[in-house]
Design a protein around this ligand. Structure first.
Ligand SMILES: [Zn+2]
Length: 616
């Protein structure tokens, strides 16, 4: 049986939802008791997704021009003809996806020895991908194949060759964590390839004393499963007590790094075959250290982000994801969750979806065009929402028509929030509460990312700190000695703000953004970072959404004041202020100057207005 493309997509999304939950659990369970591997990575990233790109998740050549599609972000058709057609119709970047866990039928066709490459649990048995329980091919179920096994890697390399041969501009990998995500809940993987890999890992890791302590006499013949069985660990015990068993943290660390290294190798091989750069996207929701480990190797995230549709409010969670992604220097082409789309479909709320799209572009990212969306509920299972073109295409056309005030404009802010991967792996240091408070109060801020051996290449140092007035840290942070030194430095300069449970905004001083209707609108100032002409684009996204009528309640005569500290040049040199509003003609408005600040008044904000300020 060949999976129908729509069926594959459903599995893909469901798999992702499961992975998201798993990522959180893994993040909490993993303890940092292993040494740091020196893997110097550079987290610079040539931007392949532009702020004004209109991104499709699924291919539909008939809608490219209607929406102004410029990027096929995920599941482009693996066909030279379709890719040529897409290019003709204005698609700049066309990604084709390989599924590391959903392509069991093709693997079964690939070799009669397919079972040799299946994952093995602690009992030594093969097992299926749990959410593909209802799929069969040639009488075989959807086996979970091991991404560490040479035979499965051969298959995946063949798929890579086919993808490159189709002329794809970019590669998307779904379920890129492969075997690593079966460690904590499916008691895997103990196949021969994993045992061999873990042996090699331990040889670089275990000191002679540690080895002696564990009673390992010969690493060359070491078998982790046998080692645990010799200690009398039963499968039931393994399932219940895994995190506390000897070498459990090392085994998870090995699996996570094996998955990351394989994806890196896969991309390199793709670039060799292509003879040039191959941008890579993965389905990872930025939900914790496990899902962030791949960051140094990806060009952009193409993923599901929870939008809390049932709240019928403009959501905060996507703002956390977008700001963290900025800190990681990676664009996010997002979609909402299967549950969100099911709610939108059932209640017919295109107006709410438009707020999600405006929010994503205001924060510099790209909610994918909702022309086809996977929906999922416990009761209905998988179903599909075909977003009505007339409800959505005009907003995406607005984006395309305003590329000149979107592209190259980056977020500004003199307040920094610290994301510390070390703390996150200990289940501490969550910053979402902080980003929500700041966004609610329209405090412009940036997220600084401190990595570790799972997230190499991200270091916050005193020089970085020099660009900020304050450094906010969660009160329960578990800093490593390096981070503690940074915090001490910040404290000595009067910049450190530990964020407690109470009202912390007063600790930040005067907000350089003032608006006459706080709480009713999100204000996002962005500055053109390149080129000769300084410019600013301040996004105002209306939060007054009427959930009963699925429409915006317009805001009138909104006064917006920005301090000099955020402007690219002094306020008194600003020459023009132009309003770009979705659904309205552009308007020039007067600029009022006071001491070191600038004020404009926006007559009406319906969904989304961009205030364009120019100095020349
Ligand atoms: Zn394995």
């Amino acid at each position: 049986m060949k999976l129908h493309p729509s069926a594959t997509a459903a599995i893909v999304s469901f798999a992702h939802a499961g992975l998201t939950r798993l990522g959180i659990i893994l993040g909490l369970l993993c303890m940092m008791n292993h040494g740091v591997l020196a893997r110097a990575e550079d987290h610079s990233n040539p931007r392949v997704i532009r702020h004004s790109d209109v991104v499709f998740m699924y291919d539909n050549a008939d809608l490219y021009e209607t929406y102004g599609c410029t990027v096929l972000g995920w599941a482009g058709t693996r066909s030279a003809e379709r890719i040529a057609l897409a290019h003709q119709r204005g698609v700049r970047l066309f990604a084709v996806s390989v599924g590391f866990r959903t392509e069991f039928a093709r693997m079964i066709d690939f070799t009669p020895d397919f079972l040799q490459a299946a994952c093995r649990n602690y009992t030594g048995e093969t097992f299926i991908v749990p959410w593909l329980w209802d799929h069969k091919h040639k009488g075989q179920p959807a086996w979970w194949f091991c991404t560490n096994h040479p035979l499965y890697r051969q298959y995946l390399m063949k798929r890579l060759e086919e993808t490159i041969a189709s002329g794809a501009d970019a590669l998307h990998i779904d379920d890129y964590t492969g075997t690593a995500s079966a460690v904590t809940w499916l008691d895997a993987c103990f196949c021969s390839a994993c045992m061999e890999g873990f042996r090699a890992y331990l040889k670089t890791k275990l000191s002679a004393e540690w080895q002696k302590e564990l009673g390992i006499t010969d690493l060359d013949s070491f078998d982790y499963r046998q080692f645990l069985m010799n200690r009398g660990i039963t499968p039931e015990q393994y399932h219940k007590e895994r995190p506390r068993l000897p070498l459990a943290a090392e085994f998870l660390d090995f699996q996570v790094k094996a998955a990351t290294d394989f994806v890196a190798e896969y991309r390199r091989k793709g670039e060799e075959l292509k003879g040039g750069p191959l941008p890579l996207a993965v389905n990872s929701g930025l939900t914790g250290p496990m899902s962030l480990a791949i960051t140094p190797h990806v060009s952009y995230f193409c993923c599901e982000v929870h939008h809390a549709a049932e709240s019928r409010k403009v959501p905060f969670h996507p703002i956390y994801v977008y700001k963290l992604a900025d800190g990681l220097n990676r664009p996010v082409t997002s979609t909402a969750s299967g549950g969100d789309w099911a709610y939108i479909m059932e209640n017919n709320l295109p107006g709410l979806v438009r707020t999600w799209a405006a929010l994503s572009y205001a924060f510099g990212h790209n909610l994918m065009a909702p022309h086809r969306q996977w929906c999922y509920t416990q009761k209905k299972g998988t179903h599909w929402y075909s977003g009505p073109t007339e409800e959505y295409a005009p907003l995406y056309r607005f984006v395309r028509e305003h590329a000149d005030v979107l592209d190259d404009f980056e977020g500004v802010g003199r307040i920094a929030v610290l994301y510390d991967n070390h703390s996150q792996r200990l289940g501490k240091g969550n910053i979402e509460r902080i980003t929500t408070s700041l966004a609610d109060a329209n405090w412009p801020f940036k997220v600084l990312v401190q990595g570790d051996d799972w997230l190499p290449g991200y270091t916050v140092n005193p020089k970085t700190l020099g660009q900020f007035d304050k450094l906010i840290v969660p009160e329960d942070l578990e800093p490593s000695p390096d981070v503690q030194a940074l915090l001490d430095h910040a404290k000595s300069q009067g910049k450190l703000v530990p964020w407690s449970a109470g009202d912390n905004l007063a600790l930040l001083g005067h907000n350089p953004v003032q608006v006459s209707c706080p709480g009713a609108v999100f204000v996002v100032p962005r500055v053109k970072a390149t080129g000769e002409h300084p410019a600013m684009a301040i996004h105002l996204v209306n939060r007054q959404y009427d959930g009963e009528k699925d429409r915006m309640i317009p805001l009138t005569n909104v006064s917006l004041t920005i301090d000099d500290s955020l402007l690219p040049e002094p306020a008194d040199g600003c020459r023009s202020a132009k309003l770009h509003s979705f659904g309205k003609e552009d308007v020039i408005v007067a600029i009022k100057l006071e001491a070191k600040r600038l004020t404009v008044t926006i007559p009406e904000i319906d969904l989304w207005t961009i205030v364009e300020l120019r100095w020349r």
